[in-house]
Design a protein. Structure first.
Length: 458
């Protein structure tokens, strides 16, 4: 069963210095010959971040005026509205569907005027898809990425060695190109659209301390959140102009946020210490490619040690525990389980039981419960997680949880319920995992977790 648990744990790939990208994370009964129709999410409800405006202002400045590498960005740059978008021929059908929904959300929730190009126009944002192998040959650690001053893959390849693609040298944003793999699941394409379009429009940084944002390399959030929409709305507020320095933005930002988010004026700030480069480097190594398993585990242990030494009791400690638990599975399953349990308890205490962070950990704990014959515990863990995962629109996680629940119900002798849940899971899996082969592989991995019952039913 251990190899299946390791597959479910997944793995991550580290960020590069200054490429704005989404980082790649690896992710019973016989299946019907024909899988059910793909399920799709509707428009998520609008949410308001439940945090103090003083804290949001701090996050805005760190997101807008730093690269992921720590390099300072001297001036805020943005597009002149309306922002026009073009998709290069050959993109998957799901991309256009999800792009239209995303642009509608950005126009409605972030107040950014966006539309597709008209004949004869030069687009501000070009979206081009290509085989994943070709994309990662150029930028090995990226699942997808966005670059300035180019409008095609060929133009990117010609200019990638010089300073043409340096975000810190921009005076304004006029042209950007987003590159997304074409041969991945619809959800992976959508996730790339959300993160890369958000960064094409606004902040280029990611912050591990953020609990409620897609601008976080933990990848727990896969679609733009209420916090993200507020950041982008502030980014394009009339008080904030293209070319302003950090100090200039800091002077006007409080009244911008007071106008856009009056609720945040009534919430007390909760200052957080900055994330040390030592922790970030340890985490990047732990989740990085082309690193031995032992070195990754050592780095994850170091990141966890730093988080504890710093006395962090926030998202960073939770992610340290979660990452360590995934990497410890191959060498010390009890230690991995202990880390998952600690992460689960911390996330629930920080954000409540119906939280997407706790749901990610619940999937690991439910897999453990199923593999050890604790089917009722597995069902309970899944049921507690389903609302948060549905709100977060993570079809891959939703499908996996439902597959675990189906196996657990079957183990408990509730075959009819198990079949209903199984069919539900397959519809989401079509979106989350893509090909029929990938869906069947995930089902096989979950099925392999289920222990055989004895003849007495014990």
């Amino acid at each position: 069963m251990l190899p299946c648990l390791v597959v479910l744990a997944g793995c991550g790939l580290s960020p590069s210095a200054d490429v704005s990208e989404r980082h790649a994370h690896a992710p019973g009964a016989a299946l019907p010959m024909t899988l059910p129709e793909m399920k799709l999410f509707g428009t998520p409800p609008r949410e308001t971040p439940a945090r103090a405006n003083a804290d949001i202002a701090r996050d805005f400045l760190d997101l807008a005026f730093e690269m992921e590498s720590g390099r300072a960005i001297p001036r805020l740059t943005r597009f002149t509205e309306p922002v026009t978008v073009a998709v290069v021929a050959g993109a998957p059908d799901s991309l256009r569907h999800d792009l239209d929904r995303l642009m509608a959300r950005l126009t409605d929730e972030a107040g950014i005027s966006m539309r597709h190009i008209r004949p004869g126009e030069t687009p501000n944002i070009v979206i081009e898809t290509l085989p994943r192998r070709e994309l990662q040959r150029a930028v090995p650690q990226a699942a997808c990425f966005v670059v300035p001053r180019v409008s095609s893959w060929a133009e990117f390849l010609r200019n990638r060695r010089g300073g043409q693609l340096d975000w810190t040298t921009l005076a304004r944003r006029e042209r950007t190109a987003i590159f997304i793999p074409a041969d991945v699941s619809p959800q992976e394409v959508r996730d790339c659209l959300h993160e890369e379009i958000a960064q094409a429009l606004g902040p280029l940084n990611d912050l591990y301390r953020l609990p409620d944002s897609i601008f976080n390399d933990d990848n727990f959030h896969t679609v733009l959140t209420g916090f993200d929409m507020l950041i982008l709305r502030a980014y394009y507020a009339p008080e904030i102009r293209n070319g302003m320095t950090r100090d200039q933005v800091a002077q006007v930002l409080p009244r911008v946020l007071a106008r856009l988010n009056p609720r945040g004026e009534r919430i007390a700030p909760e200052p957080l210490p900055r994330t040390s480069r030592a922790w970030i480097e340890a985490m990047e190594t732990a989740l990085g490619p082309k690193v031995s398993s032992q070195r990754r585990l050592t780095s994850a242990r170091r990141a966890l040690s730093i988080a504890r030494q710093e006395e962090w009791l926030d998202n960073r400690l939770g992610f340290s525990l979660f990452a360590f638990g995934r990497l410890a599975l191959t060498s010390d399953t009890p230690e991995a389980l202990s880390a998952f349990a600690a992460a689960h308890a911390l996330y629930r205490s920080l954000y409540g039981p119906g939280d997407i962070h706790a749901a990610h950990v619940s999937m690991q704990l439910a897999a453990f419960a199923l593999s050890s014959g604790q089917a009722e515990a597995a069902v309970e863990l899944v049921n507690d997680s389903l609302p948060a995962v549905s709100r977060g629109q993570n079809a891959a996680l939703l499908a996996t949880l439902l597959m675990i629940k189906s196996e657990a119900l079957g183990y408990l002798g509730r075959a009819d319920e198990a079949q209903i849940v199984r069919l539900d899971s397959l519809g989401w899996a079509r979106y989350g995992f893509g090909s029929a082969k990938a869906v069947r592989q995930r089902v096989s991995e979950i099925t392999a977790l289920t222990p055989k019952r004895s003849k007495t039913g014990a």
